[in-house]
Design a protein around this ligand. Structure first.
Ligand SMILES: Cc1cc2nc3c(=O)[nH]c(=O)nc-3n(C[C@H](O)[C@H](O)[C@H](O)COP(=O)(O)OP(=O)(O)OC[C@H]3O[C@@H](n4cnc5c(N)ncnc54)[C@H](O)[C@@H]3O)c2cc1C
Length: 425
């Protein structure tokens, strides 16, 4: 009997996951830990630090346990997508691959390559618009506001997929375990984050419940979202969205349900507004592909030569990375990133602006450093926002006056003092 491979990379959830309901017949659930993304380097920097690797291992482990509780196995592989899927295709005599339609150019290329070997069906699992409301990339508005005005009115997001999975359709845990030896060794070696730092689907759904329904923090989101430190000033949905631990369409529906059942105000709308920024960058990445990694991104000539730094810039870049520039507001934000793997949106904007416009350093180095560190790293949101601030994206450049920003957002310097003191021995 032919087998369909269901690749769950970037869709690490059971709830509202179209991939789990897509194919008929015999199915094998698969996740690949992409070697280049977690062990590769770009511009001399590691693409992921240990914390990001451990987070990914923990997420995959959690999905494996969730599937196992329904008697469904998960094949966990390590390597590059094309090689892993090619080998598995032969091993299982697979005839079809179902996967989430990627956004990053290298992932799109890998999926296209596989189309020569087996039938490939891509579903848009992690966008608001999805396959049903897919825009024509040729007519995609170039900047955010026209995109939002054009697409937002269409967003009547469909009901989530909740039907039960039939274990008999899937390869069982016992059948998939022999494929998991390499991954098991990785788990041993790199010890995923302890359970005290939950990262997967159950934590994502609990966060949604808390931020929107129980805590009702959504009602004040627009007033608090520019804060720099804390646990409820913003939604903290980004890491879950980046990994696909939560469905963005379910999230949108829940905000809409809250607006109907409890209250709608500027803040509830603003959370949707920010989700539209995420959406905007996703479609821009699908449109322009690898161009986003060119020095001028979507503007000017294509130039993929690596950023070059003179000695002074090299030293300045290192100081920026370590949070040691001497500008307290920047250093505090960078130290927060280095310690926690996260930074507020306000902090990210300022840290990026400072590197690009004050230090005169190629924006791609900053984006690469954020990629290495951010636990919510998302290719389109990260590189898109960096390009936006550099002025190489879909608008003119955005330069922040860091001193003024510090006075406005950290008026008594409490945030900066706290972060800088915390770093002292
Ligand atoms: C230089 C720079 C790099 C960034 N890198 C990333 C990244 O790698 N991954 C990432 O998810 N976001 C990135 N962002 C966007 C934004 O800073 C984070 O999404 C946000 O801080 C995450 O916290 P939150 O979930 O509490 O956001 P909230 O303020 O609660 O927003 C809700 C959701 O809206 C989306 N969102 C909010 N702001 C933006 C934005 N500017 N662009 C795109 N989506 C947005 C996110 O999915 C977020 O989870 C970056 C921004 C900048 C300026």
């Amino acid at each position: 009997m032919s087998v369909s491979l269901i690749l769950l990379n970037d869709t690490l959830r059971l709830h509202d996951n179209p991939l789990l309901h897509a194919a008929s017949g015999r199915k094998a659930a698969v996740v690949i830990l992409n070697k280049a993304a977690f062990f590769g380097r770009q511009y001399g920097l590691a693409r992921a630090n240990l914390q990001r690797l451990q987070q990914q291992l923990a997420l995959i482990n959690e999905l494996k346990a969730a599937l196992a509780s329904q008697q469904i196995g998960l094949i966990t592989l390590f390597g590059n997508t094309v090689d892993c899927i090619s080998q598995l295709t032969v091993q299982l005599q697979a005839t079809a691959l179902y996967c989430a339609e990627p956004v990053a150019a290298d992932e799109c290329r890998a999926i296209q390559q596989l189309a020569g070997q087996l039938k490939v069906i891509q579903l848009d699992c992690n966008s608001l618009l999805g396959d049903r409301l897919r825009p024509d990339l040729h007519d995609l508005p170039h900047s955010f506001t026209p995109f939002r005005k054009q697409r937002e009115p269409l967003l009547a997001v469909s009901e989530p997929l909740t039907s039960l999975l039939n274990a008999a359709d899937w390869l069982s845990p016992a059948a998939t375990e022999p494929c998991n030896r390499v991954f098991a060794a990785l788990l041993q070696q790199y010890q995923p984050l302890p359970q005290s730092a939950p990262v997967g689907e159950s934590a994502a759904l609990a966060r949604l419940e808390y931020f929107i329904w129980q805590g009702r923090h959504i009602l004040h989101y627009k007033d608090t979202r520019n804060q720099l430190l804390g646990s409820d000033y913003a939604s903290f949905f980004s890491a879950y969205l980046a990994k696909g631990s939560i469905s963005v369409r379910w999230l949108w529906q829940q905000i809409a349900a809250f607006e109907t059942q409890v209250a709608a105000n500027e803040s509830t709308y603003w959370l949707k507004f920010e989700l539209l920024w995420r959406e905007f960058f996703r479609w821009q990445f699908r449109k322009h592909g690898a161009r986003w990694f060119s020095k001028g991104a979507v503007k000017g000539d294509v130039d993929f030569t690596a950023p070059r730094l003179n000695c002074t810039q090299h030293a300045a870049f290192k100081r920026w990375c370590h949070g040691d520039t001497g500008v307290a507001f920047i250093d505090a934000n960078m130290r927060l990133l280095n310690q926690s793997g996260l930074m507020s949106n306000r902090g990210r904007q300022n840290a990026a602006s400072y590197l690009i416009h004050d230090l005169g350093i190629d924006w791609r180095l900053g984006a690469a450093y954020f990629e290495q560190r951010l636990l919510d790293y998302d290719c389109a949101s990260n590189w898109g926002n960096w390009a936006y601030i550099a002025g190489t994206g879909n608008s003119g450049e955005r330069q922040f006056n860091v001193q003024k920003q510090a006075q406005h957002y950290d008026p008594d310097g409490a945030f900066s003092r706290r972060m800088l003191q915390a770093a002292q021995p």
